[in-house]
Design a protein around this ligand. Structure first.
Ligand code: ZN
Length: 447
């Protein structure tokens, strides 16, 4: 890794609030951190007289910070092409596909399942991932396998193992232990680009006793918060109501799960009072529009959650590694549902340019996802030469309708160039696929 990197000659979008557009701009990254952002000459003047940086010529194209995916399942890779039994609702989808899959995974499957989408993330300009992992076929050590896979490519990740009672008490205990040992081992790794949360599946597959054991274990190991699915489907809400709560949010709140470092994915079926609870606790709500459409579970009322004061970011829930795809889906699904083409534009743009960066910064304890002095040196040079004017007032239009039609040419994470000329140096797609296919076949036969 070159200690100093100069990304020169680009149209720099800084993201953040307020975001800036620097038309003839550059970014200087020194020792993994952004040292300067601004007009080219100004940035060049910040070089030390003896400093000879590696120069990346953006050739007049758009430059952004690395993107953040706030809820992902790397382990879902081997589901592609598998034909589960007909599944007519969300619970049947879990029972026929996801749960049999996670119970059949080996550590080798976990490694390859992580490697493929991690590579795709980087090629889509995503440098920070908040992942939610399950591999009940091989629980012990699985988070370390995921961590090693993603870090080998240079992707930053916050990992969690989803505790659930669905495979019995012994399996839940092993899942709790996996969270604990991974979280406890983080400081020994000393890697600022690796973080963890205590993972939980969802209220409806967790007994009161298991929830309490998780809270105690998280406290023991000093976990900053939890990563949980919440009110994704009405089944989760009905289960919580059957236990005497207003809904899934209400139950998780009563159990002590919610808080400013807890990620609650989906939050579709929430009452007004529950939205207020999510806001008051500072819980990090993450919406996942493509997955919601695919599972036919409903459309999250993002505008309503924002109005209630919630923090709402966006994730892809295993559906894609390309988070800009999700941003577009967030816009389109809401508009189609309401038949109102004025909906969700500003909210969607804010999620990817402001909220996801601040959410990730909060989880990692350092500034991420924005181009600002002192932020992590994550930079993407896109193969995007805007054919129309691009300025601070219309950045959103280019993020939703321009950037997604292009690909990143160069991606830098913490000062390390991880994508060059649109490819991952040293990563052999053919070899990875050749190793993965027989493992996936064997997995399907065990499901
Ligand atoms: Zn999920």
């Amino acid at each position: 890794m070159c200690a100093t990197l100069l990304i020169d000659n680009g149209i720099v979008l800084t993201f953040g609030d307020p975001g800036r557009v620097v038309p003839d701009g550059a970014v200087l990254v020194r020792d993994g951190v952004v040292a300067a952002v601004g007009p080219r000459e100004e940035v060049r003047s910040r070089l030390e007289p003896t400093e000879t940086p590696e120069v990346v010529d953006a050739r007049g194209a758009v430059v952004t910070p690395g993107l953040v995916n706030a809820h992902m399942h790397l382990y879902s890779t081997f589901a592609c092409g598998y034909a589960p039994a007909p599944s007519h609702n969300f619970k049947e989808i879990l029972e026929n596909l996801w749960w049999p899959l996670d119970r059949a995974l080996t550590l080798d499957d976990v490694r390859l399942s992580a490697l493929v989408p991690a590579a795709r993330c980087l090629l889509a300009g995503v440098t920070t991932l908040v992942d939610h992992h399950a591999s009940y076929g091989a629980t012990h050590g699985s988070l370390d396998v995921v961590a090693d896979a993603v870090r080998s490519l240079g992707l930053r990740a916050c990992l969690a193992y989803e505790v659930s009672d669905r495979w019995g008490e012994q399996a839940a205990s092993e899942a709790i232990a996996e969270n604990e040992s991974f979280l406890a081992g983080l400081s020994a790794r000393g890697d600022p680009d690796l973080a963890g949360l205590f993972g939980l599946h969802a209220s409806f597959t967790l007994s009161d006793r298991t929830l309490q054991r998780c809270v105690q274990a998280a406290r023991r190991v000093g976990s900053p918060g939890f990563h949980v699915h919440c009110a994704e489907d009405l089944a989760d809400v009905e289960d919580a109501r059957g236990r005497g709560f207003a809904g899934a949010v209400d139950r998780l709140h009563a159990a002590g799960i919610l808080g400013p470092k807890t990620v609650a994915a989906h939050c579709i079926h929430v009452t007004g009072a529950e939205a207020a609870t999510l806001a008051e606790t500072g819980t990090l709500v993450v919406t996942n529009p493509q997955s919601n459409m695919n599972n036919a579970v409903g459309v999250a009322d993002v505008a309503g959650l924002l109005e209630a004061g919630c923090v709402v970011g966006i994730g892809s829930d295993g559906m894609t590694a390309d988070i800009l795809d999700e941003v577009r889906a967030a816009v389109f699904t809401r508009r189609q549902e309401t038949r109102d083409p004025t909906r969700m534009f500003a909210e969607a743009v804010r999620m990817i340019t402001v909220t996801n960066p601040s959410l990730a910064s909060h989880l990692f304890g350092r500034t991420l996802g924005v181009l600002r002095e002192g932020a992590a040196g994550d930079v993407v040079v896109w193969d995007y030469h805007p054919p129309t004017p691009l300025h601070e007032a219309n950045v959103g239009g280019h993020v939703v309708f321009g950037l997604p039609a292009s690909r990143p040419r160069t991606v830098v994470c913490s000062g390390r160039v991880v994508v060059r000329d649109g490819a991952l140096p040293g990563f052999d797609w053919e070899a990875v696929a050749r190793e993965a296919r027989p493992l996936a076949q064997a997995l399907w036969e065990r499901m």
